[in-house]
Write a protein that binds this ligand. Structure first.
Ligand SMILES: [Fe+2]
Length: 211
């Protein structure tokens, strides 16, 4: 990994990285994830290769500072839901972020439009997964998540969901996705009608590059 002191960017495998949370743990995880992606022939293979490191990250109680576990009144997700960027690359093909959902709060039904890994770090969640068929949304799965639980997300399968915090404290999930998730225009859905509307969540702590 090389640091360009002029721009502040870190280069890893030719990729310029912006570390918002710049710690050895985050650097090592992202470096290993990029290596796995580069060595893999498919998203499925890359996710399989990243799984052990992702499980380690979720099991490590110390690496995520309190500020990245905090709710965020007035956030783009609504309901005080905080989406905190930890690291991203400069071409919109990787982001690592935490998503903090206050107790009793749920996200809108939304999609991600990128493959990667999503796991629960703190608290508990109920998740509803939807499939879009003929313009309507069908609820296809309900699952409960506990800290350490994670799943591989490869759209379109499982890409549309809603999560609700069921713990007394906020839930904190960790996302490693292959887009700049907070800054891409994706979709929020009305679960009753299936109607989609353009949706950009933003990050609480970092502006999108076109802002
Ligand atoms: Fe999500």
């Amino acid at each position: 990994m090389l640091l360009d002191r002029a721009s502040g960017a870190t280069y890893c495998r030719g990729v310029a990285l912006e570390f918002v949370l710049d710690t050895p743990t985050v650097r090592a995880f992202v470096t290993d994830a990029l290596a796995a992606i580069a060595a893999s022939a498919s998203p499925e293979q890359a996710c399989e290769a990243i799984k052990p490191r992702f499980a380690q990250l979720l099991a490590d109680p110390d690496w995520l500072p309190d500020e990245y576990r905090a709710a965020a009144p007035g956030s783009g997700m609504g309901g005080g839901i905080g989406q905190w960027l930890l690291c991203r690359d400069d071409d919109g093909s990787l982001s690592l972020f935490s998503l903090v959902v206050p107790p009793g709060t749920q996200t809108p039904v939304h999609d991600h439009l990128a493959w990667g890994l999503v796991g629960l770090y703190r608290g508990t969640q109920d998740e509803e997964v939807y499939a879009r068929r003929d313009g309507r949304l069908d609820l296809v799965e309900r699952r409960s998540l506990e800290p350490g639980d994670f799943y591989v997300l490869i759209p379109p399968r499982d890409d549309i969901h809603r999560v609700r915090t069921t713990s007394a404290d906020a839930s904190v999930s960790i996302h490693l996705l292959t887009n700049d998730t907070g800054c891409v225009w994706r979709h929020a859905y009305d679960p009753a009608s299936g109607e989609a509307r353009p949706f950009r969540s933003g990050y609480v702590n970092v502006a999108c590059r076109d802002e």
